[in-house]
Write a protein that binds this ligand. Structure first.
Ligand code: PEP
Ligand code: MN
Length: 338
């Protein structure tokens, strides 16, 4: 249930609502938003008597939320959430952002070289994994803390904002200081203790869709992060495991408009992991933007053939420039069509 306050409501009136929710043995979750003040009620097993709230001063209306996930849903927050990372904005009507970089941090030299090339191209968001969750235990596992120190140097030297993965609860505090966005990988989407820990942070979380996760499971995973108080969630579609053999995963672009209608959270697409082969990254990047993605996550390297991980899907700087041109053209088209 959602209690919507009048625009003229006072802080004491909001507090009264919160107190009543607690008195009823339930949990109040304030919903941030510029358009209205609202408080979501969770923890109820049955129906809650809405009359008790409607008689309080400052209460405008009480809305029953039909979805199993609340804070994620547009029923609770109608306006688009825009995530601000410094002066970069992801979500709403803001221009499509490109988050690019190698799959892994490989060395200081490689990381600075790739980041500098990206910066020169006008990209502000750099991605690279220091902790790598690999399917095969014999594969390169990432440089861990050492890799994070390198990412901090990249941040200092280039001024770029950095995205890197957290693979478990222990890595959260280690990664936190070195990055601007914490990535939850496909294999961790339902690591609920990790999600709960991330829910207490004041930095954005990029939540990749589990490779076999339904839409509802994904939204519920986002709800775990939001219900602990962290409302800065970016959803990322990265492809599903299907019976198709021609690509690493099957990129489910049909989920993009669905996310946008059901949720106010930004939705971005990772065509690199979605297809697993570099010749398909550009067409699927175009398709992602055409269907409404707020940003693209792309694996790019100055020497893709030397990449330590995900070489087959990593594109070079020229290919990335072509995608950037596509994104610009699609951005203009959208303005003409709308
Ligand atoms: C990655 O971004 O390098 C990664 C491991 O992604 P995913 O979790 O989607 O496989
Ligand atoms: Mn990768």
């Amino acid at each position: 249930m959602l209690i919507v306050m009048k625009s003229t409501s006072k802080e004491t009136e909001v507090q009264q609502v919160m107190d009543l929710i607690v008195d009823m043995g339930l949990t109040p979750l304030p919903v941030p938003g510029s358009l209205r003040t609202a408080i979501c009620i969770t923890g109820n097993k049955g129906t809650v008597d809405e009359g008790r709230f409607l008689q309080l001063n400052g209460v405008k209306e009480v809305i029953r939320v039909t979805k199993p996930y609340k804070l994620v849903s547009r029923e609770v927050k109608a306006e688009d959430t825009v995530i601000e990372i410094g002066d970069v904005k992801i979500g709403g009507d803001n221009p499509v952002q490109i988050i690019a970089g190698p799959c892994s941090v490989e060395s200081e030299e490689q990381t600075v070289e790739v980041a500098s090339a990206l910066k020169e191209m006008g990209i502000s968001l750099f991605r690279a994994g220091a902790f790598k969750p690999r399917t095969n235990p014999y594969d390169f596992q990432g440089f861990g803390k050492e890799g994070l120190t390198i990412l901090s140097h990249v941040r200092e030297k280039t001024g770029m904002k950095v995205v890197s993965e957290v693979i478990d609860t222990e890595s959260v505090s280690i990664v936190y200081d070195h990055v601007d966005i914490l990535q939850v990988g496909t294999r961790s989407m339902q690591n609920f203790s990790l999600l709960k820990k991330l829910s207490k942070l004041d930095k954005p979380i990029m939540l990749k869709r589990g490779m076999s996760a339904s839409f509802e499971e994904w939204m519920n995973a986002a709800e775990y992060v939001m219900m602990g108080g962290n409302h800065q969630v970016i959803l990322c579609e990265r492809g599903l495991r299907t019976f198709s053999q021609h690509s690493r995963n099957t990129l489910d672009l049909s989920v993009v408009p669905l996310v946008k209608s059901v949720s106010h959270l930004p939705i971005i697409v990772d065509p690199s992991h979605g297809v697993g082969r570099r010749d398909s990254v550009r067409p699927m990047a175009r398709a992602s933007v055409a269907c409404g993605a707020h940003a693209l996550l792309i694996e790019a390297h100055t020497h893709p053939e030397k990449a330590y991980s995900d070489k087959a899907q990593t594109i070079d700087m020229e290919a990335l420039k072509a995608i950037m041109r596509d994104v610009d053209v699609l951005g203009e088209l959208e303005q003409i069509v709308v």
